[in-house]
Ligand binder design. Sequence first.
Ligand code: SF4
Length: 474
Amino acid sequence: MGKVNRRKFIGNLVAYNATVIVGASMLMACAKDTFDGHCNQELEYLPIQDDNPAIAFWKKKCEECGDCIEACATKQTVFGTYLASSSKHVCIHCGSCIIECEEKALTEKYHWQDVLAAIDDPSKIVIASVSPSVRVAIGDYFDMAAGSYLVGNMVGACRAVGFDYVLDTNFSADLTIMEEAGELQKRIEQKTDMPQFTSCCPAWVKYVEIYYPSLLGNLSSVRSPIAMQGSLVKSYFAEKMGINPRNIVHVAITPCSAKKYEITRDELVTDGLRGTDIVITTRELAKMMKNRKVSLTAQTGNFDSLMSAASGAGIIFGNTGGVMRAALRTAYFNITGANAAGNLMELKQVQGLTGLKEAKVAIGLTTLNVAVCYEMRNAKVLLNQVINGTCKYDFVEVMACKGGCVGGAGQPAGSSKIEKRISSLNSADIKASSRYCHENPEIKAAYTYFLGQVGSAKSKKYLHTTYNDKSHLL
Ligand code: SF4
């Protein structure tokens, strides 16, 4: 978008916010005030503070096109809701601005050199945990077909770069579902805080904390897979492997900029330790490989055991609708005692690149209304329905990025590749030896030897979290 168009866009945005932000009159006023101030400033690029833990701005590369502003304002409905002339700017760290910036003037904040420094420190045990959608995107950097499923090559490359252990965050995706399906069942029985919203996207969680704090009780209290993986690496894994957790540097390899912010949350400190020390993106993993002259295709390997086994349900976490589909499989088992089959396995109604999707699902004598959405402009529709009492849904999945994490801001660029990545994860789910997280043998072992039961005091400590009203940031 050129400068002239951008100014026209900003003018339109005042009306946009005034009409879309309903049920929150304070924000309506704020949006208007903000835009009066903003237009006066003629801002050419999104204001990113130096201390933003997730996103970096490289001014010399910026061509002042304003595409970052448009993405933040229209897709995520954040820009335009705060006073841009102040020294503080609101950011949910989703990286929509990164995705839109063709000049690469906006990127994730780089931490890959910190990982190499830890690897080179002989006193440290450096453990990688890899998110579901990294394996279907890393090949883009090495001229492989879009969506190539490269789990063996990726694990081998991580070992060649120097990680001491390589674990699969899909394990904790399965664990997330064990806890979240249990929580859903409880809410349905008690008819409290419905609908239940998923909580694995930290950009979405921060959005609710800032803009809809009265609905924090609707967010699942379950930590994201990366947050769970971190707390268990420094407790369960360290204990079983005989490692002092204080010597561990746990690195999450993710498709996501917002995870860099998530690990700074004090609510995720357990036993005095941050579960995850460094987050790097798929893009940064490729940079590390290039730095250490590691070829992806020349490497192969298997994940280390204890926290890597995953069902097909954990694999599809990277896709829009994947968390919902995974949770319903286990909710079905919990309620009926039998494994889900047929339409419930694929649930095509909640798949695909439509921003807001819905389905009706029969589980035993209960019929659940569910919705799946990505980008905050779509989530806002549902949040406002909850506020005004017209929401018909029981369970809602929300992700910030188009297509879910496969389209995250730390992935190789190219929105045309998102569908191929989605198909690739769906194929891996179908081929998995089990498609139900409640059948995962490592999950069963974690409960037997460490956590106890779903929802136990120990599960609450290591697998759940709390949220805070952040409306003061506006
Ligand atoms: Fe990160 Fe996934 Fe949320 Fe995007 S959808 S911000 S990649 S967690």
